[in-house]
Design a protein around this ligand. Sequence first.
Ligand code: B1M
Length: 213
Amino acid sequence: MDLATLKQALIEGDDQQVAVLTRRALDEGLPAESILNDALIAGMGEVGELFEQGEYFVPELLLSARAMQAAMEVLRPLLTASNYQPLGKVVMGTVQGDLHDIGKKLVAMMLEGSGFEVIDVGTDIPPGRFVEVVEETGAQIVGLSALLTTTLPAMEATVSALREAGPVRVKVMVGGAPVTSVFAQSIGADGYAPDASSAVALARRLVGIPTVS
Ligand code: B1M
């Protein structure tokens, strides 16, 4: 199957077709990672460009997001299947004011697949809620996602709230399209990952486990 067809169905926001084509690509033996990166993430990139160019509006973004979720449901068992043995607990959420959750869910799935227990607290999460969940669960890592430049201050506020809440210093990893390693350092995060697989390597490093190649 040509992954361009799947990518196009995602751009058109056809969730049923996207689910069918994702299953077909897997049946034909294409690796889940390639389906994800070459068709789905690439397709979402184009959707973003169409939005920037004024050709797409929020309803089109929503349709493509729904189609992406449909594909992720098909891929989920494959992305989360590998060796489950809790390496640590990670609280994952999108910061206050931000409703984007596709990338966060992807990072959560990849972390689960590599042996972390993930507590996904959702989107638009105020700093105090992250603090509460860390206290309730004893998580070693908090993963913060932000997709809007306007919600970067909320990411900074969350890191500060977690630092002030101590006594145990939880590790904080951050990511999302507008986040950079320089920004991550400036707000006192312990690490930045540009994508889901580097997020796994970072989480392993943060709990002191050597990276597997
Ligand atoms: Co919005 N949106 N959106 N949107 N949206 C963007 C982000 C935007 C770049 C589009 C654009 O203008 N080109 C733009 C932000 C501009 C900016 O601030 N710089 C934008 C805007 C402006 C908005 C609204 C303000 C639009 C409006 O209402 N006028 C509004 C804001 C709502 C809000 O949050 N308060 C809005 C709304 C929405 C929808 C709800 C319609 C929908 C989200 C649906 C959902 O998530 N359930 C949506 C979508 C779909 C997008 C785009 C098209 C796609 C995002 C996505 O899912 N990408 C996006 C354009 C784009 O990104 N090209 C856009 C695929 C996903 C796999 O990638 O999330 O980057 P990503 O995650 C990656 C990495 O970033 C990283 O790993 C992931 C996997 O590789 N990563 C981490 C993410 N989190 C991580 C955490 C980590 C580590 C790595 O550690 C913890």
